[in-house]
Design a binder for this molecule. Structure first.
Ligand code: URP
Ligand code: ZN
Ligand code: ZN
Ligand code: ZN
Length: 460
């Protein structure tokens, strides 16, 4: 037979086209797109009435990550299963360089967490936390080894770098065709306001947001972009939460600089009002940057539509409420982060496409194609093309779901999206031609995910 599998009768959606037809798959790759391919297949999956999208690519996850004396609660096994059920077929996670460790030692640590555990394909970004002769020497080598993107944190003790180190990372990595991403907030601003708040007894979760206003992110984004301009480096700003940061990207792009940016569903759908939830529940939303005023939602949707921001990732970094309670008497001790890996595709479809905020092609661009291009995965991943991996999400646009943590598979005891209503939900996920999730359950083989060496960025 010509194909191991044919997915027939679906409505195939790419970043630029919609057409109905069959997908012929052999050895994990798409071999043919056409009509009436079923007779030439060992196996047939009927996708009548469903959309077939390129599998989601989430380029911002934190699985099994040390933070504030604890670890994010999804590891590479549980996190990638939840991702698969939600229609995501590739993640790029952050390997964070511990103080005193080399980049190669960092890679070894994170490969140990991921290899033989992940159930979908994965790449790793390297978060550089210190610059020395060894780091300088390693950057070109790790890029050649397929770790083609880096991150710098401008905040967090033990992870943050100063402008000097940031500039050197930008300079060396870009010279070697690497891409640098940045978590942009100003740590001095946060320290200043935090001290004042704690001194006046303001310790509740909601003060997390008050300690880091939107300008704190805007200023750092401006500074990061300025450093990129001066080193002729491209830059990707992660988790833009507000107009103050996204407008800096807009301005730089209008001037012709290769600056790109990401936002996340939480910044499009949730707001600072969530911190008012009773008791300690505001801690569920303690993440950095924090949830902002609702007025930012429109700005961010427009930024996605106008190409100012090119991607939507989750920043999935879950902690159980028990872990969050480390900060019961002091919001600065609440581990930062929230879950989201399983719901990104459904949220972006329902609140993006179904509600008319984005087109269906834009949905594919933001969740898959653009991500693949920017992070060196394209065209093997991020599209539905002959020769590409058969990474596919089968999606029922009519399926109605009310979100509750009980239907999710993330290893955590809440979801920030509780009770939101969805129209449209993934019903099956294929990774390299293997049916790995169906109707809300992971059914693939265990630990089948493969590490992906990535090439340099495509600036879009
Ligand atoms: O609060 C967050 N976002 N935690 C994860 C680490 C980061 O800053 O991305
Ligand atoms: Zn961050
Ligand atoms: Zn993050
Ligand atoms: Zn289940």
């Amino acid at each position: 037979k010509d194909f191991d599998l044919v997915i027939r009768n679906g409505t195939i959606v790419t970043s630029s086209d919609i057409f109905s037809g069959d997908i012929g798959i052999k050895r994990g790759e798409i071999k043919e797109l056409g009509r009436n391919l079923s007779e030439r297949a060992e196996d047939v999956y009927d996708a009548k009435g469903k959309y077939i999208f390129p599998g989601g690519i989430d380029a911002h996850t934190h699985l099994d990550m040390p933070f504030g004396g604890t670890f994010s609660s999804d590891d590479f096994n549980t996190g990638t299963k939840a991702a698969a059920i939600g229609g995501t077929t590739t993640i790029v996670d952050f390997a964070v360089q511990p103080q005193g460790k080399t980049l190669n030692e960092t890679i070894e640590m994170w490969r140990e967490k991921a290899d033989g555990n992940a159930c979908i394909d994965y790449g790793l970004h390297l978060a550089i936390t210190q610059m020395n002769d060894k780091t300088r020497e390693e950057i070109p080598q790790v890029i050649r080894d397929g770790y083609s993107s880096f991150k710098v944190f401008m905040i967090y003790e033990g992870m943050m770098v100063d402008d000097l180190t940031f500039m050197e990372v930008l300079d060396i990595a870009s010279e070697n065709n690497g891409l640098i991403s940045v978590h942009a907030e100003n740590p001095f601003v946060i320290d200043y306001f935090t001290k004042k708040l704690l001194e006046s007894g303001k310790t509740a979760p909601k003060y997390h947001e008050i300690s880091r206003p939107a300008y704190c992110e805007g200023e750092a984004t401006n500074r990061a972009i300025s450093l990129a301009k001066m080193t002729n480096a491209p830059l990707y700003v992660v988790h833009c939460s507000c107009e103050e940061s996204a407008s800096e990207i807009k301005k730089a792009r209008e001037e012709g600089f290769p600056i790109m940016g990401e936002t996340c569903p939480q910044y499009l759908l949730l707001s600072r009002d969530n911190y008012e939830e009773e008791g300690f529940n505001g801690a569920k939303y303690v993440m950095s940057p924090p949830l902002r005023d609702k007025k930012n939602w429109n700005y961010l949707w427009k930024a996605l539509n106008d190409g100012v921001l090119q991607t939507v990732a989750t920043d999935h970094c879950p902690f159980f409420m028990k872990q969050k309670r480390m900060g019961l008497d002091d919001f600065t001790k609440i581990p930062n982060g929230a879950p989201g890996i399983e719901l990104r595709m459904a949220l972006m479809y329902s609140y993006g496409v179904d509600k008319g905020n984005i087109s269906i092609e834009k949905f594919v661009q933001l969740t898959s194609t653009n991500v693949a291009k920017i992070f060196g995965l394209y065209p093997k991943k991020g599209s539905i093309v002959v020769g590409g991996d058969a990474d596919l999400m089968i999606f029922d646009p009519e399926k109605k779901v009310k979100i509750s943590k009980d239907i999710l598979h993330e290893n955590v005891d809440y979801t920030p999206y509780e009770e939101l209503e969805l129209k449209g939900y993934p019903v099956a996920t294929f990774s390299r031609g293997e049916l790995i999730a169906e109707d809300g359950e992971y059914i693939g083989s265990e630990n089948r995910g493969e590490f992906i060496k990535r090439s340099g960025p495509k600036i879009i």
